[in-house]
Design a protein around this ligand. Sequence first.
Ligand code: BES
Ligand code: MN
Ligand code: ZN
Length: 501
Amino acid sequence: MRAPRIRAAGGKLADVVRDGGGPVDVLALPVGSGDDGPQATVGVVEVAHLLGVDLEATFTRERFRGAEAEVVRVPWAPGPTSPNVERVVLVGVGRGEASSVRLAAAALARQHRGLDRMVTTLGSAGSAQARAMVEGFVLGSYTPPRSGVSEGPRPPLRRVDVVGRVATADLEQALVVAEAAVLARDLAQTPSSTKGPAWVAGRARRVAAEVGLTCTVRDHKQLRDQGFGGLLAVGGAAQRPPRLVELGYTPAETTARTPHVVLVGKGITFDTGGISLKPRESMISMKTDMTGAGVVLAVLKACAQLGVRARVTGLLPLAENAIGAGSYRPGDVVRHYGGTTTEIRNTDAEGRLVMADALAYADEHLDPDVVVDIATLTGAATQGLGRTHAALYANDDRLAAAFEQAGEASDERVWRMPLADDYRSAIASDVADVCQIATVKGVGGGSIIAALFLREFVGDRRWVHLDIAGTGRSERDAGVLSRGGTGYGVRLIVRWLEKLR
Ligand code: BES
Ligand code: MN
Ligand code: ZN
């Protein structure tokens, strides 16, 4: 386990500090920022007094404002009043909102690797704060899996005791979500020398067995027999053939009104671009092009552990977009599951082809009330929205609003983009039902075009499409994110599912 163990310690901070319950490596005191400068909570004022720490003087000397995630160390040496406390820090929580608490916890986790025990009241202000605190500590502690013999970074902070009124249920539920996000990150960070389609399918099988999901995997032959032409075309050049994973979660109690949600995640285990080869620099990060699939697997796992009330099916179309004699080509026509045909113009626009098969399959066979797809689909999404907001498309305003709310609450934010009908004519084809990309130059709106393409395959289903090309990766360790694959979408989708009725 690579995350701190977080416990609700109960009682009062002053009491814990006085008799300790064992050595305290770090005492982290949350301080807000009010209109008149930093604002310590009552418990913190009391403890500072007990320790003989002059808070006001520390604020001034350190220019500490109480801004979210600001951390300063208070000059302190263990003395007679609290011989067990080794180190005291102030951590800013801004206005005390959950999003600030999440960032504060992540900052504390980052700065205290290698230590054993932290005592704090951070996260005790309410249920949302408690959950955010857990997410912050777990995700801020994240380091990608390493291979080799060299020593990695110091291990994460081992234990956090949270003093105050904190519900254990909140801690447990938040831990499930945070660990699911860690799973999605680990999958994204795994090198493609290790992960091919069958490897990811094997992981899905293992997770399904662990938490009690159903899992069926279609292999290459079954995909051929059943006409999944998009997956077969994209995966055609790779030595490791494609797979389609179908995961199922059914709540313990269902009624006729229990909604059925289908989640589809893009699972390109490496994207060279194929014959329309990517420039070398753009290819470096393409092991993370299966982030959508990893997120869907992680969400299904969390669904089972949380016992969400919806029925959820996860589809993972998995393929490696390699280059070779078996490559599909610009000019080819691909026949998707269900019969719709696509004219190929750029083999690097492969994600939409494998997604199309899965979406058509969901519409034809699974009778979903809502379809949600998530994909590292277009560089254009990154161009337009950067790395903090995913592009969201929806054919239903209430559904879009529910996702926007879940985005705020989870701090995995979305920005709604238009399914602009004006651009539909750009993907008309002379030789097939639809063209994979715009047939004329200068249309722009690459993320919108991709969304319009996917819309051709969802029938009349209520549908959300998340283009996470920007949010799926981070360039640096910052906030709750670590450099590389972020597993973006786990917190967002779980949050949305929890609120779904
Ligand atoms: N996987 C890429 C999109 C991507 C780019 C994700 C950068 C993360 C970071 C996708 O398969 C792709 O190559 N898209 C093309 C589409 C184009 C050829 C129409 C793109 O965005 O350039
Ligand atoms: Mn591509
Ligand atoms: Zn791709």
